[in-house]
Design a protein around this ligand. Structure first.
Ligand SMILES: [Zn+2]
Length: 342
């Protein structure tokens, strides 16, 4: 048996139960990892609350961002004891999308800890061997767990979809969120000029420390008006959206002619209108983006391992306090990643 945190029904954070469950059983090609740290994502909250069109087999163990040690493998040449972080995306490896390197478009694409793959809110987790990424000694488990999902998501949005380059102006919404802190760093690394929003002065200071050139207080200032003022009425080339209804019209209005908007989420609601006249006359492009590819995560990890990208840790909780950790994420008080230590 192993300790885990599961929910048996959908609801608030109080449905999370700290309890013993059987250890995962390995199938050929799979690896058992002793979880040392597991970072939280908004995905954990959505699945716990329940989504009308996404059935989650219950009881369920959440947790998509995992770091730990290999303890057993039904696969050749996997050294037991190896320190690793896990690719959160699981795909078939055989379809045209997978073989073209676009594994996040695989019809069988799954995310660890989402639906059919029990996740890292537990002492042990199993994954396909191709999901292991060895980590160097200088990277601790908490940092490693905080990296994969948000950085691969932000990388896919900025580098692959929007093709951000030196000289671009980029607006990143919600700098304190997981995607926000990752997107600021990746855009800065690309040589872009970064504008970031947040809901407190403290968060705005921290966004600047990460590389934001100008910051906007989204409770006190109108995002689009500020962007127009800061860019001499031009607007930005790229907007990184994941807030949804609360910011969508302002995000569209912040775009320069030829601008690209990339969205990977809608934490405040999924309804977003669009003025078609603005779309064609300003020649805008809108991209939907979901996770990222294994190849992109490996590329991003090079910069992580050399210290050029650093996941920001908000705070850690012991596994038994997963409910308190999720409440902190729900209240949006955090700057950076909230991580469970196991
Ligand atoms: Zn596939």
């Amino acid at each position: 048996m192993m300790r885990s945190v599961r929910f048996h029904q959908h609801g608030g954070a109080d449905v999370l139960r700290y309890e013993d469950v059987p250890e995962p059983e390995l199938a050929p090609g799979e690896v058992l990892v002793r979880v040392r740290a597991c970072a939280l994502n908004h995905l954990d909250l959505w699945q716990r609350r329940g989504m009308p069109h996404v059935p989650i087999p219950l009881p369920h163990i959440s947790g998509s961002d995992v770091a730990g040690e290999v303890v057993a493998a039904l696969a050749p040449e996997v050294p037991v004891g190896r320190r690793v972080m896990l690719q959160p995306g699981v795909s078939c490896g055989r379809c045209t999308a997978c073989l073209a390197g676009r594994d996040n478009e695989c019809p069988q694409y799954e995310v660890l800890g989402y639906r059919n793959y029990p996740g890292g809110y537990a002492e042990f987790v199993k994954v396909p061997v191709q999901n292991l990424i060895p980590i160097p000694d200088g990277i601790d488990f908490v940092q490693a767990a905080a990296f994969p999902l948000t950085f691969v998501t932000a990388w896919h949005m900025l580098i692959t979809k929007a093709q951000v380059k030196k000289g671009d102006d980029v607006l990143v919404l919600a700098a304190g969120s997981g995607v926000g802190q990752a997107a600021i760093q990746i855009a800065f690394l690309q040589g872009a000029r970064v504008f970031a929003t947040a809901g407190s002065d403290d968060k705005l200071e921290r966004a600047k420390a990460l590389g934001a050139y100008e910051v906007i207080h989204h409770h006190k200032q109108d995002i689009a008006d500020e962007i127009k003022r800061l860019t001499n009425k031009r607007g930005v080339d790229v907007v990184i959206e994941h807030v949804g209804e609360a910011t969508w019209p302002k995000s569209v209005r912040s775009l320069a002619r030829g601008g690209r908007l990339v969205t990977c989420g809608a934490t405040t609601g999924t309804k977003g209108g669009l003025d078609l006249a603005a779309l064609f006359s300003k020649q805008l492009t809108i991209y939907g983006s979901y996770m990222g590819t294994k190849s992109e995560l490996l590329r991003a990890a090079r910069y992580f391992f050399t210290g050029q990208l650093k996941p920001v840790i908000d705070r850690t909780f012991p596994l038994a306090e997963a409910a308190a950790a999720q409440q902190r994420l729900e209240e949006s008080g955090q700057f950076g990643k909230i991580v469970l230590e196991v």
